[in-house]
Design a protein around this ligand. Structure first.
Ligand code: B12
Ligand code: SF4
Length: 482
């Protein structure tokens, strides 16, 4: 059978003038996961529009397209094109699950929820000539015993981080702005691989560097402990994401660092307690953000802090206040977002009921545009403040100032190299992308993560700091300690 698998890009990622490095980081892991269920003699053509120009003049029998909110319009265009050519078109992924009726108009079959259970069922039905038009993930989901990801289909040299990996699905928390409640609705929303299978997948990956794309790698403490114990001594360098409270709890972070963790994406989201409460970010309530950062730095782990602007408590001062705080804490890199209500989330329902949605142009639901009416800001103020926050955080002065917040020189140097390497070298990354040589940047990334990576591992380990009350700034600008 001839199978075409497509990850469409959002428009920005296609610009001939400038392509940010973020679109050349990770390969299409979801599609490579699904490809593993196809037969050895199926002819599979997997294309990722973020890094290559799609060839659309072929005639596959089956077309599989992954739909995110920001690539939905392109995904539908490609789907319509292949349906006209007589292919059976399957659409799945987060956006299809959020808005199945919208997607169904462009597909022969749609898939709701994660694909590990429904996709093999569909394949059997399709081969038997009785494919249905909709498959919904069952309530009981599992990724035990899934076949090895078809990494041979990934064009490794087109990515800076070809070794991306996920060993769990979902997250144990329920923040109201997150995609996950809608995507996993009707069944278990957090589950993990078997540890030995996860370790076998890691063993299959060449080189040293790994990036775990799991929403919350520390979410199942028992699993994570066994995973990190198993990874110890493998000589890996890796990055991942976890929550503030999981970092504050003693024990696991130390094991992760021993196993090669060198940078962690942490969802601080907002410095205002009332905002966190309103968005059900309960796992962050009463947590000492500063202590979390100190603990990470003391273990030689850099911090990528995630922040969301535009919550109802946010006024015009939120941008500079957040940037100043992040710089003062020595956070190495920051990811800012304009709060974006994804369809089917609790946040979307509330904003819609309140009549605050500005439009439904999904192309602009990219966390860089204001798509709703904020409470204490104008839409323009929110967008302008978002861009200003990025500009300010990454001025040379602030990179330097953040770097000097570390206690040790090696920590400062690594901070400087990492932050400047990402944000000040975009033109260089762009040249590498155009030359299809982006993988050449990996040794630089590894050197920064590792060469300076043994920062203060023994010096400042703080245990059991989660009890320390955390100061938040209230709407009135007062400091509040829970
Ligand atoms: C890696 C990643 C990226 C990468 C690249 C994407 C890639 N190569 O896949 C980059 C950095 C480019 C990126 C950018 C953005 N991202 Co992003 N990203 C992710 C991340 C962290 C991991 C994706 C992943 O690999 N998951 C693991 C695999 C195994 O799961 P999967 O891809 O979902 O595939 C499974 C199912 O969805 C399903 N499935 C998918 N397609 C199909 C098709 C069929 C036919 C079937 C049967 C099943 C099926 O089966 C697969 C196996 O279970 C997710 C968070 C997450 N946990 O998923 C966010 C996430 C997907 N990103 C998101 C967003 C918003 C963005 C941005 C718009 C925002 C921003 N400011 O960065 C941009 C633009 C994205 C774009 N190009 O359109 C949101 C999407 C929300 C939504 N409702 O669509 C997420 C969920 C983050 C979040 N928590 O909000 N992202
Ligand atoms: S902690 Fe992160 S992944 Fe988990 S529900 Fe909240 S935003 Fe989503």
């Amino acid at each position: 059978m001839r199978v075409k698998m497509i990850l469409p890009a959002l428009t920005e990622a296609k610009s001939p003038l400038f392509r940010p490095i973020k679109y050349s980081l990770f390969p299409p892991l979801g599609l490579a996961t699904l490809a593993a269920y196809l037969a050895p003699d199926d002819e599979i053509d997997l294309q990722d529009e973020h890094v290559e120009t799609l060839s659309l003049d072929d005639d596959p029998e089956l077309v599989v397209i992954q739909v995110y909110i920001t690539n939905a319009s392109r995904a539908y265009r490609h789907a319509d094109h292949y349906r006209k050519r007589g292919a059976h078109v399957c659409l799945g992924g987060l956006h299809v699950t959020s808005l199945p009726e919208e997607a169904a108009a462009h597909a022969d079959t749609i898939f709701l929820g994660p694909g590990e259970d429904t996709w093999p069922e569909f394949l059997a039905d399709f081969r038997a000539g009785r494919a249905r038009d909709r498959y919904v993930a069952p309530a009981k989901r599992s990724i035990h015993g899934i076949p090895p990801i078809r990494r041979d289909l990934i064009k490794r040299k087109l990515y800076l981080v070809p070794n991306s990996i996920v060993v769990s699905r979902g997250c144990p928390h329920r923040c109201d702005f997150c995609y996950k409640e809608a995507f996993f609705e009707g069944g278990n929303s957090y589950y993990v691989q078997k540890v030995d299978e996860a370790l076998a997948e890691i063993e299959r990956l060449p080189g040293r560097h790994l990036y775990f794309l799991d929403d919350h790698l520390f979410g199942d403490r028992r699993f994570a402990t066994m995973l990190f114990d198993g990874m110890k001594g493998m000589g890996r360098l890796w990055q991942s994401a976890a929550t503030v409270n999981s970092v504050l709890k003693p024990g696991l972070l130390e094991k992760a660092a021993d196993a090669g963790l060198r940078s962690l994406f942490v969802g601080f989201e907002n410095l205002d307690e009332r905002n966190l409460r309103e968005h059900r970010k309960v796992q962050n309530l009463g947590r000492d953000y500063a202590a979390c950062i100190q603990r990470l730095h003391s273990q030689g782990v850099m911090v990528n802090g995630s922040f969301v602007f535009g919550m109802d408590g946010d006024g015009p001062d939120v941008f500079s206040r957040t940037v100043e705080w992040a710089v003062s804490q020595g956070i190495e890199t920051a990811t800012f977002h304009v709060m974006t209500p994804y369809p089917s989330t609790g946040l979307f329902q509330r904003i819609e009921q309140e009549g605050r949605l500005l439009h439904r142009d999904w192309d602009l639901y990219d966390t860089r545009h204001t798509v709703f009416r904020p409470a204490r800001l104008t839409p323009d103020q929110l967008e302008e403040g978002y861009w200003r926050a990025y500009r300010e955080f990454y001025t040379w002065r602030n990179i330097f100032s953040g770097a000097t917040a570390h206690e040790e020189l090696s920590g400062s140097l690594r901070h400087f190299a990492y932050a400047a390497g990402w944000k000040k070298c975009e033109p260089l990354w762009h040249l590498l992308i155009r030359a299809k040589r982006v993988a050449r940047g990996l040794p630089f990334l590894e050197a920064v993560l590792d060469g300076l990576g043994r920062v203060g591992r023994q010096s400042r380990t703080r245990d059991a700091v989660s009890e320390v009350p955390s100061p938040y700034v209230t709407l009135d600008g007062e400091t509040y300690t829970p």
